[in-house]
Design a protein around this ligand. Sequence first.
Ligand code: ZN
Length: 449
Amino acid sequence: MQWFPKTKLGKINLALVIMLLISLGCFLVLVNLHQSGQNLAGTVKKISQDEQEEKQQKNAVKKVHVTTEESPFKGVTYTTEKSKVDRYQLMYPKTGIANVDDAIQKSVYAKRDDFLFGETEKLVMSIKATTSGDYITFILKQKELLINKDVSTTVQVFTYNRKTKKLVDIKDIIKTKERLNRLSKEVRIRLQEKNADASIAAKKIDALTDPKWKNFSTFALDGKNIKFYYQPNTFNDALTSVSVPLASLDKKSDKPVFDLKTNGKKYIALTFDDGPSKKVTPRVLEILRDHNAKATFYMLGQSVQAAPDMAKAVAKDGHEIGNHSYKHDNLSKMTAAQALADITKTNKIIQKAAGHEPLTIRPPYGARNHGLEKQVSQPTVLWSIDTLDWKTLNPVATLGQVKQHAYPGAIVLMHDIHPTTADALDSVLTYLEKQGYEFVTISQLESKQ
Ligand code: ZN
């Protein structure tokens, strides 16, 4: 190769030239970096200046963009107030009725102000409306974006009467203390059902369903139902509402179920449905005998036909027998005459096997036939604590439900067809005994009241 130096000195010179070139290169790169660094710093400075100016401008003129749109209801519009700067969007109804609109707007603005002084990132309000007769309910959902990016949803609910042009509260709807008591029980039972995993303390549910007006203030009327809303911090994020049919507040013969007065004594009625079963009922009887406890068995006509000896054994042990229909059909879906035929047939089967007629009726699924109830002398009896033994098939869970929900005067629902229920029974009885309960049959409980 021609250009490569042949002498030692030549080689050294070449090496020096190469090193010089490399150093020069490095120098140029450094200078360049430094300059671009300066540029970067300059940009940052410029942005923060812009931001400050922008903030000052915005503070001077807080732009709130207001729009109005039609609602599904005559004379009612929905107003949206949007502030990009403050990151909120309010939405609320205007009914044209001054006292209603003032109250709603005041409450919405209070929420906005809470947000402005609070620590959440963003607030978006939306409207849902439900109706029932002359009532319109507006459910204002408030979604707030938290700093950790979670979303918290709260609600404000307003119901007004189109005719009287007034906001209504729960007292206007429920009216009597008696109906409030029923409402309390209906809501409680539904919350307990929703709390099947027992993640919420039973005491909390009991306290928040106490028959006090304030416990039922956040309600919506929706067709034939009344729905109660709970804020996420009331129970948990999953349990935010519960719906009760308004008709359930006017049940006629529900005294045994809902009257809880037990003269200071702790009585409790255990009930076993869907039997008798040749396999499970003898085990249940034995355990009850061990604890000297009396219970009530709601039997199916066809199961008694299949095991008449079992019905006889239950009666012989001094337990009470009730009628649970012939083959667990939904009585509420029958005519009164059909339901009566079903119940009468079952009465006769039980009479023949056990020696006396069932004292009360428990309709399958708790589905009542009011026509039937007018024609029979036996009272209808539902329950107040569902152990969910049929669902969990788990003795520990069954005991857990009893521990969570037991109260004096309670009627406990179990089923003597599941071996797991028999497995749970000894621990259930032991627990209740320790709590000072006395076990009574349904008609005994009724007579104590
Ligand atoms: Zn049943």
